[in-house]
Design a binder for this molecule. Structure first.
Ligand code: GLC
Length: 548
């Protein structure tokens, strides 16, 4: 194992983290002001979602200048200060690189659109006729450009034009830009939808939305190996690829050190267990058996293939996990701790998304006027045009919108939850007065302290990093239990995912002859564990067992 494989990464959505200037949106100096908190929490890296110059149509995932900080976030000097101040606290920055597409305001696109023979024309993907692929944000993936009479490809919003990675000049520009940031001292990169960069040359029609043709596309591994040679090799960087709709065998290749591509991969299969028939925009309960089976299959598969998982429940594109797979009412704290434990004892690198460590919930915004996200607003409009009534439309949005995870961080119970003196760009949830950092810092039983313990355990318990994963009771409809096994020792991890108590009998993996050491639990009293367990609502614990 390499040292970085024991690290924990904290994700910051800077727009909603903390505003030093007292504006509607957060800023880089706002992050600097909170570095002591992050150091106390114990995290090793900060993944900060894009803060480079952007029209902010997709909150920074539409970059118009890769070499400049967006003025709403501050200046390049602020960024340098952030890197330096974080470094003093032993924390490194991971820059979010968005290179599947640029904003149409990027100078490359401005040039490209101006004429058919412009040298930048071939930086993007143009066709005389669109095929039937769909944008991930709804509608066609092609936009007509009247000036030159062709269509350009955009897998996301029409203001996010896909770059043509088959053009070597595009790759040269991307790698040059990444070296610029590497030389500024960032500790790694998070690569946005990086498995979508290679499209098949013939753009076939599809009987679905087209993703099977451009996901993990024909030259993607070759391009990432080139990135590795030109940017990563010989440098202390860790890199995580965001892999949209990917497959296990590709993630093994992306993250196995022998392929010389990336350090680890995000995949999203476990976060589609509340998408009936892969339909996101329908209100639905989650399928628990599917959830634990998917996570187990990825544990076993990545381990067997020498790959490395990025572990996460939450990010800026997902609803809050305690509202999703836990309980955001009376069992909020218990279930938030249980979910943290269930994830943090898996093999891989855990990501904690701002506010997750407090057990922040979905905000429950009931009116479309309270939403800001381009995807949510597109979907609302398209579904309304298709005749879906507003009640059903809103029910799905309240559960699934990305804005659920984008509300301001709760620092204290006062004005705007301590996020900003000014009026925030999106509403502050009503429960900020009860759920906030100031309150939880003083409560050793809080969700926050539980997360801090989880983070510390990853450094002190080697089995969390290298133990072999084995699922127990795979068919149990309420319990997710697993082992992390080593030589003569193992961790037993047991989680009740529901509010009902439960009697359960484990297979013979635990007996009186073993020495037991309780590592963490979410109930204060901790009797000696046996095979016969009576679990309370959302109860969760981890014991270290040593054979006699
Ligand atoms: C990724 C980002 C998401 C963004 C999309 C397009 O999925 O996480 O926020 O909208 O890529 O860049």
């Amino acid at each position: 194992m390499q040292d970085w494989q024991r690290s924990v990464i904290y994700q910051i959505y800077p727009k909603s983290f903390h505003s030093h200037a007292g504006n509607a949106t957060g800023d880089l100096l706002g992050i600097v002001a909170k570095l002591d908190y992050l150091q106390w929490l114990g995290v090793d890296y900060l993944w900060i979602t894009p803060f480079l110059r952007s029209p902010q149509r997709d909150n920074g995932y539409d970059i118009s200048d890769y070499y400049a900080v967006d003025p709403s976030y501050g200046s390049m000097a602020d960024c340098e200060l952030l890197i330096a101040e974080a470094g003093k606290r032993g924390i490194k920055l991971m820059l979010d690189i968005v290179v599947n597409h640029t904003s149409i305001e990027h100078v490359w696109f401005q040039q490209a659109r101006s004429s058919l023979d412009n040298p930048y024309r071939d930086f993007y993907i143009w066709r005389d006729q669109p095929n039937n692929w769909e944008s991930k944000f709804g509608g066609s993936a092609w936009e007509y450009e009247a000036q030159t009479g062709q269509y350009y490809l955009h897998l996301f919003d029409h203001t996010q034009a896909d770059l043509n990675w088959d053009n070597p000049k595009v790759r040269d520009e991307v790698f040059k830009m990444m070296r610029f940031w590497r030389d500024k001292g960032v500790g790694g990169f998070r690569l946005d939808v990086i498995n979508l960069i290679s499209k098949p040359a013939d753009f076939p029609e599809d009987d679905s939305d087209g993703r099977r043709f451009y996901t993990d596309g024909p030259n993607v591994h070759e391009y990432l190996q080139q990135m590795h040679r030109e940017v990563f090799e010989g440098h202390d960087l860790i890199n995580v690829g965001e892999m949209s709709s990917t497959r296990l065998e590709h993630c093994i290749r992306y993250s196995n050190p022998q392929s010389k591509e990336l350090s680890m991969t995000f995949n999203f299969h476990h976060l589609k267990v509340d998408y009936p028939n892969l339909q996101k925009w329908v209100r639905a309960d989650f399928d628990f058996l599917q959830l634990k089976q998917i996570l187990s299959d990825w544990q076993t598969g990545m381990q067997a293939g020498g790959g490395w998982n990025a572990l996460f429940w939450c990010n800026h594109d997902q609803p809050r996990v305690v509202s999703r797979f836990g309980h955001d009412g009376e069992y909020r704290e218990l279930s938030a701790k249980m979910l943290g434990t269930a994830l943090h004892f898996l093999q891989g690198t855990p990501f904690v998304y701002q506010g997750e460590e407090l057990g922040m919930t979905n905000p429950g915004f009931e009116s479309i006027e309270q939403y800001r996200d381009v995807e949510t607003l597109n979907i609302f409009r398209l579904k309304r045009e298709a005749g879906v009534n507003d009640v059903d439309n809103m029910a799905a949005i309240m559960q699934k919108s990305r804005d659920n995870g984008r509300t301001p961080m709760h620092w204290h119970a006062g004005h705007n939850a301590g996020f900003s003196r000014g009026e925030p760009w999106i509403g502050v949830p009503a429960n900020a007065a009860q759920i906030n950092v100031a309150h939880q810092l003083h409560d050793p039983d809080s969700v926050l302290h539980h997360y801090r313990r989880l983070i510390a355990l990853r450094r002190s318990e080697a089995l969390i990093c290298d133990g072999v994963y084995r699922q127990l009771l795979p068919e149990h409809p309420q319990i997710w239990a697993y082992l992390r096994e080593g030589e003569g020792e193992r961790l037993l991890v047991v989680n009740n995912f529901y509010g009902g108590p439960c009697d359960v009998e484990l297979p013979p993996v635990i007996d009186e002859t073993q020495a037991q050491r309780l590592l963490i639990s979410n109930y204060p009293d901790c009797p000696l564990r046996t095979r016969h367990l009576r679990l309370r609502p959302y109860e969760s614990f981890v014991v270290h067992l040593t054979d006699p």
